[in-house]
Each structure stands twice: as C-alpha cells, then as structure tokens.
Design a protein around this ligand. Structure first.
Ligand code: CP3
Length: 343
C-alpha cells in the first residue's frame, strides 16, 4: 500500500498533507512516563526493543500522526563507539571520557564494528513494523556527525561549544578526522536501519547554528550530504529528510541528493519556500511553544497552509515538543493540519 507520508516526501500529490511531530514520543504523554518509569534509566528504555516499540507507537494511536518515529536517541551511536554515556537527572547526557586528541579518537570503535553493536535499535524497528498500520510510515533517524561530535568532544550539552570550536579553529584536521569516523558509522547505521524496515530517514543537525555560516558546509553539511549520497546510491526509494536547525543564512547554499528540507521555527516558511521550495519538499515549521495555545496553533497551521498551498509540504513542529504541553493541544495541532489540508 502506498504510504501518503512517503509519497509526500517525494513531492507527489497526496489527498492531504501528512503530519508528525519532532520528539513526538516523549514526556508530554502520561503513557510514555509510565513505560519510562518501569524502565528506570532512560538508556534502559532505548536498549529494550519491546518497550521502545511500545513508546514509538503511542503517538500514532493517541495523537493520530501519519508517521511514527523510532524511539531511541542520537547518542547511542557514540555510546556504541565505545564512549561511556549516561543521562544524569536534570542535567542531560554526559560522556565521562570526551574525545580531545588523536589517542582518544583512536580508541573509538569505528565502521561496521560499531554499527553492528546497535542491534537493539534494529530489533525495535522490526517490532514496530510488525505492529504499525500498513498506511503509516516509520521514520528512522540519526544525529548529524557535527551534532554528535559536539557531545563527544564537550562531554555534555554546551551553550558555548568552546572546546569543539577551539578544535575547529586551532586543529581542524583532528575535528575532520572525528567527523569522518562518525560519518562512516552513521552511513552503516542508517543502512542497517533501512534493512530492518524504516521507510524514511531523518538526519538531525540540532546544533547547526553553532557554526558560523561560512564554515557550515565544511564542518557539517558536506558530511550530511555524504551520508545521503551513500544511502541514495543504494536505497533511492527511501526518502531522506535533512533538518539543520537555525541556519537561514545557509539556505542559498543548500545542495545535495535528498528529498525533504526540515525548516526550523526561526526560519520563515515563505523565505524557505522562496529559496528551496522548487528543489526540495519542505517540512515544518510551527514554533513548538504555540502548542500551549489552541488559538495560536490554529493561526499558524492556517498560515502554513496558505503559504504552502498543500503542495510539497509536510506539517511538523519547527523543533521538539516540550514536556508540559497538554496532550489535548498536541491532538489539536494534528487535527488542524488534517482539517486545513482536507482530510
Ligand atoms: O522524536 C522522537 O519522539 C524520537 C525520540 C528521540 C529522542 N531523542 C528521545 C529522547 C529523538 C529523535 C532524539 C534525538 C536527540 N537526542 C537529539 C536531536 C533532536 C532534537 O530535538 O534536536 C538530541 C540533541 C539528543 C540528545 C539528548 N537526548 C538530549 C539533549 C536529551 C535531553 C536530556 C534531558 O534530560 O532533558 C536527551 C534525552 C531524551 N531523548 C529524552 C527523550 C524522550 C528525555 C529523556 C527522558 O525521558 O528522561
């Protein structure tokens, strides 16, 4: 059966414009919190295919999105490259052994050896596919090499990125070696996600905006394009969504063999359409905090429909949903996207 979501990613005409939400499985859902509490540690949840499958499917049933996103985290990649990841309550992800020099890089597991350790992700995908309705798509994902490298180098989330930026300007060769090693793992990881059954790939470059525009291609985009080229060469039927957050100054320079450009909430949709709408399908881009008000949600969904005209568009938030959004308001967003586009 044709999946409307996959057709929309390829820019085909669809009966209505599909919608999903970034971080759609998560803390705003009481049903997620229940499974999360049973799992204990967040990483346990990622490592448990049955539970990860259950929380991946929840938003499809509860809020009515057109595609499920695999439940996992981008940081399982460096974890399986041999780094020591933990999630500290209230502080977010931490690596006790950040990568700061060649010796640190050399001890990381690369390529096939790392990608083949992520079996719990592939098992989760297989379980989801058994249970997901035929007409719904499953989105698999990875972090962009740059976004992954920021955590690997800093050892945690950062506001200043000073350690990786010091490397960018004073030892760019080392940063490129780190990015290249991560890129090799990501290519194989996404290939294995495709072989396990995902219908769509999304590459999250959440910390794209940390790089000055003239350096963005060199340190991030070209690696994302390398991943897309590798996957498109072998799996042209799998659409690829690129989501670099907060790079309006780069829109004139966007290139590459992928299908959908994810527009973040700080970039006006009309501006993105003008720059990229002929080349790529656009995804997005409601400011997630509009979800706190049903009126503000409706206003934005109607404006997006007006701008995009129901063509070459996938509705989404312009970044992740926040944990204290009422479920009812998340449902309202999905319903409004369907209503204005004629479902
Ligand atoms: O979107 C989805 O529903 C799929 C699941 C998903 C998670 N993380 C689950 C998660 C996805 C796609 C991610 C990707 C991810 N992880 C990104 C890129 C996406 C983006 O929004 O920009 C990033 C930067 C990370 C790294 C990470 N993981 C951070 C910064 C945090 C928050 C830490 C905190 O405690 O606030 C996480 C943890 C995380 N990943 C949670 C979830 C649901 C919350 C953990 C919990 O339930 O306690």
């Amino acid at each position: 059966m044709n999946k409307i979501f996959v057709d929309a990613c390829f820019g085909k005409e669809t009966p209505y414009t599909p919608v999903w939400m970034m971080r759609q499985a998560g803390r705003y859902l009481p049903e997620y919190m229940e499974v999360r509490a049973q799992a204990g540690d967040f990483l346990n949840l990622c490592h448990d295919p049955k539970k990860a499958c259950e929380v991946s499917l929840q938003p499809v049933d509860i809020v009515g999105v057109d595609a499920a996103i695999l439940f996992s985290d981008i940081l399982v990649i460096p974890d399986e490259m041999g780094m020591d990841l933990s999630f500290v309550k209230g502080e977010g992800p931490k690596f006790s052994d950040p990568v700061r020099d060649e010796a640190d890089l050399d001890r990381l597991i690369g390529g096939e050896a790392a990608a083949s350790k992520l079996t719990y992700v592939y098992d989760t995908i297989k379980l989801i596919k058994e249970q997901l309705a035929e007409d719904k798509a499953l989105i698999g994902f990875t972090g962009a090499p740059w976004t992954l490298a920021t955590y690997m180098i800093e050892g945690e989330g950062t506001k200043t990125y000073n350690i990786c930026k010091k490397m960018m300007y004073s030892n760019p060769e080392l940063l490129h070696k780190i990015l290249a090693k991560v890129t090799e793992v990501v290519k194989l990881y996404m290939e294995k996600q495709i072989q396990a059954g995902i219908d769509v790939v999304q590459i999250f470059d959440s910390w794209a905006a940390a790089i000055e525009p003239s350096k963005y291609d060199e340190f991030s985009w070209k690696y994302m394009v390398e991943i897309a080229d590798y996957l498109k060469g072998k799996y042209p039927h799998i659409p690829i969504i690129m989501f670099p957050k907060g790079v309006p100054a780069f829109l004139d320079k966007v290139y590459g063999n992928f299908d959908v450009f994810g527009v973040d909430w700080s970039t006006p949709m009309a501006f993105a359409k003008d720059k990229l709408g002929d080349k790529y399908v656009l995804q997005g881009n409601m400011e997630p905090c509009r979800l706190y008000s049903k009126e503000s949600t409706t206003e934005c969904v109607e404006a997006l429909q007006e701008i995009m005209g129901g063509k070459r568009h996938i509705f989404n938030l312009g970044h992740g949903i926040l944990p204290d959004v009422p479920v009812e308001n998340a449902k309202h967003f999905i319903n409004e996207c369907h209503r204005v586009s004629g479902k």
